[in-house]
Design a protein around this ligand. Structure first.
Ligand SMILES: Nc1ncnc2c1ncn2[C@@H]1O[C@H](COP(=O)(O)OP(=O)(O)OP(=O)(O)O)[C@@H](O)[C@H]1O
Length: 661
């Protein structure tokens, strides 16, 4: 195997080859569009090459590879072979073996899965250390050797990478994916998985790498209907936004559940907690369905259409049969209505043809227009907003639809004080969820090939249904931690949540090794865990470093000044109502602060936005206040304490919550 100088030369050769790939792709765009006979093929080829050139250029000057595997003499088709592994495939010339293989290729699996006791045919696994894109070191593991089996192997490079200080947005973990994480990443596309993972076990990282893996392994299928990544809020999306592009994947939709749902309306009001709890409840699905289908009525008269000197007729009982048939078979309300119109027109056509009339396309369209008002009388066309405005605004309609499902108190919680038209309604976020349900009953929407949903413990049953509709024909990766559930409707078991997501068969996987939070902080957070009403395994920390300080003080300036000399990011996290005071105090002392998602050294984070984020040094301000601020305050505190990568400083003047002591 190569020494360091030769490895450095090889890295340079790989970079050179990559540059040739980019310029070759750009050149071929021109040549392809000028010479390709068929325009469609030329366009497809051009698109592919442009995308390749853009992707490679966007990835920037990343190290060309991070690992090397060398197979032993008994490894079948790979016997004695060596492969370099990187973020993308690099080839020198057509017909020659690739210089670097994509980390997602099947042969790369052994790099992640081989252990001292199970070498998977590998003789050596080499990991490379890079400093500012210069290759500075490597580390070899002699797998399968008696010594490796006896002692196991702890990679210093992996440890350094996991323990490094965090600056800026989240980075990819391709070089150091751990075996249990790799299994989730490479689960096949057809299989839905649900990962219950303690804080910092890499759920988000695993989800993003799974998106990249699936796009590589099933590009053809996923290019048509795509991959959707759903996160809890904008700050979180900003935090994870760089990961997929560095992995070469720029065409993944990343959004929040709220944005996905609120797209169609302007949210102008906020529900009371009591109203939101009812609106997010799974029973609302049936209420909405009833209210919509209540509009379909028994026909009261036949349909009669005058056509030249004839009158065509569909009898009342025939129309009733058509309505019953469409209700039984149509998969959406508006589709059912179309089906009734089509059947009525077909009946008129039979009558006209029996009289020798020529029923061409123009005639059929004229008849469809003529019968529509009569069909509307029994099966009216409606808009989602109109139906919801009537459910919430008309007490009699709500009580009919909610009969036996909602108590009078629950109905009162969601009823508007007076009727309103859809156009003037003050819609809330929870209404957006209900409108999405209604729209899907009216017309089926588009679906994705795969949906990755993070912080899934916080989703309401109605939000889960909205996601389920978007992956009805695809699969999901559900990521979450029941202990971090903070919404009023947060899941207590994954079985319930997977049922709402329409994937009860999803494989449940537990990740318990934490890569973010140091052992001393995990120990503190685990004390809270026993007080939370959910059953989840405790975390163990991969990290031996880190520091926990508990200070009886409210001097935030002093706490931040003590943090500043250390390397890495600083997050000051406190109950939402305290944020303004903390910002003022810090800024008056000349310390610049930013909000989550901002670019700065010291971020002041409202407790409600901390989920999914991490900071090297966390200052958690007044835990008692965080706990009191909301019904699931203890869960919130658990989230906040586990944001710390290297140091956690708990500042308090009031007694700590007894669950922490
Ligand atoms: N195999 C790994 N190698 C290097 N770093 C890792 C690895 N796994 C996780 N990490 C790092 O650990 C940190 C936590 O990962 P991540 O945010 O994905 O965890 P999580 O389970 O989603 O956490 P939480 O539930 O607390 O939000 C991140 O900085 C991530 O890059």
């Amino acid at each position: 195997m190569r020494g360091l100088t030769e490895e450095q030369e090889y890295a340079e050769e790989c970079r050179e080859a990559l540059r040739r790939m980019v310029s070759g792709a750009r050149e071929n765009v021109v040549v392809g569009s000028e010479t390709w006979g068929d325009r469609y093929t030329a366009e497809r080829l051009g698109h592919y090459l442009k995308t390749l050139a853009r992707d490679i250029a966007e990835e920037g000057d990343n190290p060309p590879y991070f690992g090397l595997i060398q197979y032993d003499g008994n490894a079948g088709e790979h016997r004695g072979q060596s492969y370099y592994l990187g973020r993308r495939h690099i080839s020198d010339a057509i017909g020659r073996p690739p210089m670097v293989i994509d980390w997602r290729a099947p042969v790369s699996t052994t790099f992640y899965q081989a252990t001292a006791n199970d070498s998977r045919g590998l003789a050596t696994r080499r990991r490379f250390g890079w400093a500012a894109n210069t290759l500075t070191s490597f580390e070899d593991e002699q797998l399968g050797s008696a010594q490796a089996e006896a002692t196991g192997f702890g990679s210093e490079l992996v440890r350094r990478e996991i323990e490094r200080a965090r600056v800026g947005p989240m980075r990819d973990i391709v070089a150091t994916i751990q075996p249990e994480q790799d299994e989730v990443v490479r689960t096949e596309l057809e299989v839905s998985v649900c990962v219950q993972g303690a804080p910092g076990t890499g759920k988000t990282a695993v989800g993003l790498h799974r998106a990249a893996y699936l796009l590589y392994a099933h590009r053809g299928r996923l290019q048509r209907n795509g991959v959707l990544v759903l996160g809890p809020n904008r700050a979180f999306l900003h935090y994870i936004s760089a990961v997929l592009p560095t992995l070469g994947e720029v065409d993944v939709d990343q959004t929040t559940v709220e944005e996905m749902l609120a797209g169609r309306i302007a949210v102008r009001a906020t529900d009371s907690v009591a109203a939101a709890v009812v609106k997010h409840d799974g029973r609302m699905a049936e209420i909405i369905r009833r209210a919509l289908y209540e509009r379909i009525s028994e026909p009261l008269e036949p349909i009669v259409v005058a056509d030249s000197s004839y009158k065509w007729r569909v009898q009342q009982y025939e129309l009733a049969e058509m309505v019953t048939e469409a209700r039984a078979h149509a998969t959406a309300y508006l589709m059912g209505r179309e089906r009734v119109i089509a059947r009525v027109v077909a009946s008129l056509q039979r009558q006209a043809e029996a009289r020798g009339q020529n029923c061409n396309g123009v005639w059929l369209r004229k008849m469809a227009r003529a019968v529509t008002p009569a069909v509307d009388a029994v099966w009216p066309a409606v808009k989602a907003e109109e139906v919801l405005a009537e459910i919430l605004g008309e007490h009699s309609r709500l009580s009919r639809a909610a009969d036996g499902l909602l108590s009078p108190g629950e109905q009162d919680a969601i009823a508007w004080p007076q009727p309103r038209k859809a156009k003037t309604a003050l819609w809330t976020l929870a209404d957006a969820v209900l409108l999405d349900e209604l729209s899907a009953l009216l017309e089926r929407g588009e679906t994705y090939g795969h949906v990755i949903v993070d912080e899934a413990q916080d989703l309401s049953p109605m939000e889960c249904r909205a996601i389920a509709r978007r992956c009805e024909h695809g699969s999901v990766t559900v990521l979450g931690d029941l202990a971090q559930g903070t919404t009023p409707w947060a899941a207590r078991t994954w079985a319930d949540q997977l049922g709402h997501l329409g994937k009860p068969e999803a494989e449940l996987v537990a990740l318990t090794t934490g890569y973010r939070v140091p052992a001393s902080v995990v120990e503190l957070a685990n004390r809270l865990l026993t007080a939370l009403p959910v059953e989840v395994p405790q975390t163990t920390s991969f990290r031996t470093d880190g520091q926990l300080t508990i200070t009886e003080s409210d001097d935030i300036v002093d706490a931040v000044q003590r943090a500043l000399p250390h390397e890495g990011s600083i997050g000051v996290i406190a109950a939402d109502q305290r944020i303004a005071v903390l910002n003022n105090a810090l800024q008056s002392a000349g310390i610049d602060t930013v909000a989550p998602g901002g670019d700065g050294r010291v971020t002041v984070v409202p407790a409600s936005l901390a989920k999914g984020l991490e900071y090297d040094h966390v200052i958690a301000v007044e835990p008692a206040e965080i706990v009191e601020a909301e019904p699931r305050g203890l869960n919130r505190l658990y989230v906040i304490l586990t944001r710390a990568v290297s140091r956690l400083d708990v500042l308090h003047t009031r007694p700590l919550p007894r669950e922490l002591s």
